[in-house]
Design a protein around this ligand. Structure first.
Ligand code: GAL
Length: 670
């Protein structure tokens, strides 16, 4: 399978390039400035379909030929895109049955991108054709080094509810369930008397009066992912007929909830991702780190590509805050620290037209006499120094369980509390570990866990029997496990596992849960007597082998276990029966970090101690990345080696300036 290295000489730097929005004289200036900035890779042609195929079956590759030649002769490589996320207007006019339909049955208008049904056969044929044409024409071009199929599958058209989709869904169900009796059994359709007589009676989960079958909704979510994957495969295979260069499509981890990227992972040669900060959020860099770790995990630990991020503000948030001084650099280098072999942006030159004209770019409307441009040039120079990092890997001793199916299931209606959210709980545990300077991978709950000393399962509501056994084996074999409330409750069809909660985890945790007692809005509950406070959730735990580490000291379960520990085989399983949070700073004895520290210590997880929790620390291969998100310089002890960006020699410590980044190539014995 083609894959690495995409750019043998180092880290790829550049971004989306949309020259079709500019007269050709501007292209020459673009190329000159790209060279000045150190750009070595651009994603080209993402939105070019209407120019390449102005009428159905009529092609015009003239402009694309000229720009690819110009880039190639200037030494800038091309990640050549198929333009299929934005079909031409003629396609939409000719094929009304390809129009996207929402849950309420509204036909979604054009004048935008992504306005097609993912199950449309007309779209399938047209997208395969243009992908094949592009591959046939440019496969041997020296500038083209990889293929970028589509753009952000499932972002704005994740699920379509039209009649074509309904038909495709019925076929998908026949394949999955075999016969309608099996479907009825899996979905539990005796509930409310919803038994189907044939597959033809099944409707997509369109807007319903009240409480729709949850298993139907989960299967529709799976079906929809498969519809997008089928579109990708068709284009990828059309390209493969002419080219063996790596093929990718840009994911949106973790901000595209409907796409199950575990399902996608094996389809691409190189995992690539788009990530944008939520600018309104304090310490967005922690979410960035989580996104990067999850992307690396989807890539199976291999290096991946940051396909898009922003130099400054985006245009699509309510308040588009600019990045603060040094933030673009910190963000870019943090992605590299966590396994990216590229730093690419949306986009090269800011657009004058349409919906995205206020989005930042590498070359802003203000031009080159701007702080942003100078930062872009400086970053390009630094990335050249980081070339030796390319291809290296990251080791983690701790894994966090992440499952999109469980994410979907927990967010469906009529759960015990609207406040218990999958992302919120994962982020709480991730943040606690980030602040403790622990490197984590993400894993599917049924994945091989043998590489990890400790596995954390934050509110993984849907866990299959196989996943439950997998976690059990991990503990028996000597691993440590931390599970938070409302995990292991249902199977893949959203059916409660038999017996008391948490069905598939009772044995490994050595307990059962008699009743959930969710808290009122903004309610809290005391845990132990040293300031630990739970939110959202309380429940009545009954011990069956586990010991109480801390008990609830208030609320509906006062006097009953809140945090437990169960020795099993050679390992230990911990349970947290409420929502605990990490706090900022050093005084963290009364928070989730204190609980996790105990488990990290018991599991023997190595990590630095005594550093401020605003310092991000990551080892990638022979390189140590230190990113200081705080306002004070930080001295990190125990660092010996050479500063890659500044040539400084470190003999026993490194000092990272406030807001700065230090990358050290560690001495051979480190
Ligand atoms: C991405 C998309 C780009 C651009 C960018 C703006 O989601 O792939 O085409 O729209 O957002 O932030």
């Amino acid at each position: 399978m083609p894959g690495y290295p995409v750019l043998p000489e180092g880290i790829a730097y550049g971004g989306d390039y949309n020259p079709e929005q500019w007269p050709e004289e501007v292209w020459h200036e673009d190329v000159r400035l790209m060279r000045e900035a150190g750009v070595n890779l651009v994603s080209l042609g993402i939105f070019g379909w209407s120019l390449l195929e102005p009428e159905e079956g009529v092609y015009d590759f003239g402009r694309l030929d000229r720009i690819i030649d110009l880039l190639g002769s200037s030494g800038i490589r091309v990640d050549l895109a198929t333009p299929t996320s934005s079909p031409p207007t003629w396609f939409r006019a000719a094929h009304p049955s390809s129009h996207l339909v929402d849950r309420a049955g509204h036909v979604i208008a054009g004048g935008s991108r992504h306005s097609f049904c993912p199950s449309s056969p007309e779209y399938a044929a047209a997208s395969e054709r243009i992908a094949g044409r592009l591959a046939a024409r440019y496969a041997g071009h020296r500038a083209v080094v990889m293929w970028h199929v589509h753009n952000e599958y499932g972002w704005a058209n994740a699920r379509c509810y039209c009649e074509t989709s309904a038909e495709a869904f019925r076929d998908w169900l026949r394949e999955r369930h075999g016969d309608v009796a099996a479907l009825n059994a899996a979905w539990g359709t005796t509930f409310w008397g919803l038994t189907y007589g044939s597959f033809d009676e099944v409707e997509p989960p369109r807007l319903a009066p009240v409480g729709q079958l949850t298993a139907l909704q989960l299967d529709y979510a799976r079906f929809s992912v498969d519809a997008h994957i089928a579109n990708f495969r068709r284009e990828r295979d059309a390209i493969r007929r002419f080219s063996d260069l790596p093929v990718t499509t840009n994911f949106m981890i973790p901000n595209c909830e409907p796409m199950d990227y575990w399902r996608w992972a094996g389809e691409v040669d190189v995992v690539s991702n788009d990530h944008y900060l939520d600018a309104g959020r304090a310490e967005g860099h922690i979410e960035l780190a989580m996104a990067a770790d999850l992307t690396r995990s989807v890539a199976g630990g291999r290096p991946w590509m940051l396909m898009e991020h922003s130099t400054g503000a985006v245009n699509w948030q309510p308040r588009n805050l600019a990045k603060r001084p040094g933030e673009m650099r910190r963000n870019s280098l943090a992605h590299v620290a966590r396994g990216s072999d590229s730093v690419l942006f949306f986009q090269w030159r800011a657009s004058r037209y349409g919906a995205e004209k206020f989005h930042s770019a590498m070359l802003p409307h203000a031009g080159t006499d701007s702080e942003l441009w100078r930062d872009v040039v400086a970053l390009g120079a630094e990335l050249r120094e980081l070339a030796p990092v390319r291809g290296s890997r990251i080791e983690a001793e701790v894994a966090l369980v992440w499952d999109w199916e469980s994410y979907w299931a927990l967010e469906l209606e009529w759960r015990p509390s609207v406040d218990l959210r999958f992302r919120e709980r994962v982020e709480a545990y991730y943040e606690a570990l980030w602040r403790e300077h622990v490197t984590v991978d993400f894993v599917h709950p049924a994945a091989d866990l043998s590489a990890y000393r400790m596995v954390v399962v934050p509110s993984s509501y849907l866990l299959t029997e196989a996943a439950g056994k997998n976690l059990h084996r991990h503990v028996e074999a000597g691993g440590h496990l931390v599970v938070s409330c409302f995990s292991g409750i249902v199977d893949e069809n959203d059916t409660i596992h038999p017996g008391a909660y948490p069905g598939v985890l009772r044995d490994v945790l050595g307990l059962s849960v008699e009743e959930f007692h969710p808290l009122p809005e903004n309610g809290t509950v005391a845990v132990g007597d040293d300031g630990l406070t739970g939110r959202i959730w309380s429940e009545r735990v009954r011990l069956a082998g586990a010991r109480t580490v801390r008990a609830f000291t208030g609320g509906p379960d006062a006097g009953h276990p809140a945090v437990t520990r169960h020795e099993l085989g050679a390992g230990t399983a911990w349970y947290v029966a409420t929502a605990l949070d990490p706090r900022v700073g050093q005084d963290t004895d009364g928070d989730l970090r204190a609980i996790l520290r105990a488990v990290l210590d018991a599991a023997g997880v190595s990590r630095p101690r005594g550093l401020p929790d605003t310092l991000e620390l990551l080892r990638r291969g022979r390189h140590l990345f230190l990113v200081n998100h705080g306002d004070e310089p930080v001295t990190v002890p125990g660092v010996s080696g050479t500063g890659v960006l500044d040539g400084a020699e470190h003999a026993g410590s490194a000092t990272v300036p406030a807001g700065g980044v230090t990358v050290v190539e560690l001495a051979p014995d480190a």
